[in-house]
Design a protein around this ligand. Structure first.
Ligand code: FES
Length: 162
């Protein structure tokens, strides 16, 4: 399927969602969540589409997108590795994990490797403090992670274990 056709289908799905939910400003965050799920990120083109659909300014939409750390304007890699930087994880060494991961992959938090494979994210508390320090890879929670575990986590990800 060609890229444009795929994008058209995603926009059509987003339009159907907006219509069902109601094209109102109060639904903006829910609509942006859906848009990010569909497109993987929120490029300007998608933000403009939402602003036109809800009849609100593009600046307002972009303000919401940039305010919430969950939303991203850059595409994420195939594998997203999120390191919890909440208090419990931080005191148990998550900053060492984040630094080691950044060094291993040659990117900073929030960036994606050039081959599009890995993205590193730093998160606030993910609600699993008992397992601190916590790393999440494409939705899978790894608890009590040590720097030495990172190689295995990366291999596991690439081999499709998860
Ligand atoms: S601080 Fe990391 S899970 Fe709560």
């Amino acid at each position: 399927m060609c890229k444009n056709k795929l994008a058209e289908e995603k926009f059509a799905e987003l339009d159907a969602f907006i219509e069902k939910l109601g094209a109102k400003e109060e639904n903006l965050i829910e609509i942006l969540h859906r848009a990010q799920n569909l497109f993987g990120y929120l490029p300007k083109e998608v933000q403009l589409h939402v602003s036109r659909s809800l009849k609100i300014s593009a600046a307002k939409v972009n303000g919401v997108v940039t305010f919430y750390s969950y939303f991203t304007e850059t595409p994420k890699g195939k594998y997203v590795i999120s390191v919890c930087m909440g208090t419990a994880c931080f005191v148990r060494g998550s900053s060492d994990i984040l630094m080691a991961l950044q060094k291993k992959l040659g990117i900073s938090s929030g960036e994606t490797t050039k081959d599009g494979k890995f993205t590193i994210d730093a998160l606030r508390c993910v609600g699993a403090c008992g397992l601190a320090p916590v790393v999440i890879t494409n939705g899978k929670v790894h608890g009590r992670v040590e720097v030495d575990d990172l190689d295995n986590i990366l291999v596991e990800l690439e081999s499709g274990v998860r």
